[in-house]
Design a protein around this ligand. Structure first.
Ligand code: PMP
Length: 397
């Protein structure tokens, strides 16, 4: 039965983790995986999460099945966070939201639903993008192509290229957009550029799928989420995947959500029924714990305020590390202008380093980033920053 089964390639990022674990360099630093670590290099357990967990544990609630679409209080809290509780689409009952297994689960449920609905549509992802976008939509059965995004020479977005590619897409094609904190480049669109993207999506009849895995890591919760309001205000039907992996530091709990904005309440009810069917035939219903924690935090004003404070601290620390990296590289003798590091947003910096330079960083200095030159600045801290700066400066000479 399995004699013809081929060995699948190792996940490039998780492969790096294994290599890092085996590395004996005394000053090694893992800037490969997209995870936020605090200044002591530890994965934080947020205080708001601890408070909610303590309260949940003291209740000693039994663990029955959740509904197929998840915890109702969670789904409504996600709607309020992503769209605003008073948003017309929410008030009109036009948003179908389901709890999913992280942001990846939201993308997968959305992809499977879309595949049933529009099987011949093409999916467009940014070049470059989070690798799993292409893999996931391909595995769901779609042909996946790219739209231009990163402009290496300009150190920013090739916006004319992006718009031209969207305008060349066929009606019904699906375009995956990073709502904020673009992974891997760290370059987001301006509000005015979003307006042009929305106009193109509308004019060409494209289906937008907004992936929001980092809400709150860019400029703030409301600022990062503003693009969702723009799509809704344009009267479009679209998809939003939400992840709380990073913003709640709940990576392993798999807490996410898929929201689909529809034209009417009746349409949303029908879409919801199909999303539930997709979930039911995949894993039946989602797990209880993570959603219970996130819902408790979002729905309890005191914990919600604590979360926003802690999220703000993570965001501020990342920005401080960006500045420290740019300054440290200059101090270490790098003459090129590295100020772009400070202008990028989110967890990553697309450093512009070549594959060879990234490999030297690993083999000679124990500094791990991806071969594409992506560095996770959220893993920098006051103890590893000097070594990282010296290492990058050395490979840039
Ligand atoms: N989308 C993007 C752009 C991401 O970077 C990630 C996480 N690396 C995800 C989705 C998936 O998030 P989760 O871990 O919640 O599945």
């Amino acid at each position: 039965l399995f004699s013809a089964v081929q060995l699948a390639p190792r996940d490039p990022i998780l492969g790096l983790n294994e290599q890092f674990a085996a590395d004996t360099h005394p000053a090694k630093a893992n800037l490969g995986v997209g995870v936020y670590f605090d200044d002591s290099g530890k994965l934080p357990l947020l205080q708001c999460v601890q408070a909610a967990e303590q309260a949940l544990m003291s209740k000693q609630a039994p663990r029955g099945y959740l509904p197929i679409d998840g915890l109702a209080a969670y789904d409504s809290a996600v709607k309020a966070l992503v769209f605003g509780a008073q948003a017309p689409a929410v008030q009109d009952g036009r948003v179908a939201t389901v709890q999913t297994l992280g942001g990846t689960g939201a993308l997968k449920i959305g992809a499977d639903f879309l595949r049933q609905l529009t099987p011949s549509a093409k999916v467009l992802v940014s070049n470059p993008s989070w690798d799993n976008h292409k893999a996931l939509f391909s595995r769901a059965g779609f042909e996946v192509a790219a739209y231009r995004y990163y402009d290496a020479a300009r150190r920013g977005v090739d916006f004319e290229g992006m718009l031209a590619d969207l305008n060349a897409a066929a009606a019904g094609d699906i375009v995956v957009l990073h709502a904020c904190c673009h992974n891997p480049t760290g370059y987001d669109l301006s509000a005015a550029q979003w307006d042009q993207v929305i106009a193109a999506v509308k004019a060409k009849g494209l289906t937008a799928f907004l992936d929001m895995a980092y809400q709150g890591f860019g400029q703030g919760l409301a600022e990062d989420g503003a693009v969702i309001g723009k799509f809704a205000a344009a009267g479009l039907s679209f998809f939003v995947s939400t992840s709380f992996s990073k913003s709640f530091s709940l990576y392993g709990e798999r807490v996410g959500a898929l929201s689909v904005v529809c034209e009417s309440k009746d349409e949303a009810a029908r879409v919801l029924s199909q999303l539930k069917l997709t979930i039911r035939t995949n894993y039946s219903n989602p797990p209880t714990h993570g959603a219970a924690v996130v819902s408790a935090v979002l729905n309890t004003p005191e914990w919600r305020a604590l979360w926003e404070k802690e999220l703000g601290e993570m965001r501020t620390r990342i920005k401080a590390m960006r500045q420290a990296l740019a300054d440290g590289l200059k101090a270490a003798g790098v003459t090129q202008d590295m100020s772009f590091i400070v202008n990028q947003v989110g967890m990553f910096s697309y450093s512009g380093l070549s594959k060879e330079q990234m490999q030297r960083l690993r083999s000679e200095f124990g500094v791990y980033g991806t071969d594409s030159g992506r560095l996770c600045v959220a893993a920098l801290n006051s103890r590893n920053i000097d070594h990282v700066c010296q290492a990058i400066a050395a490979v840039m000479k």
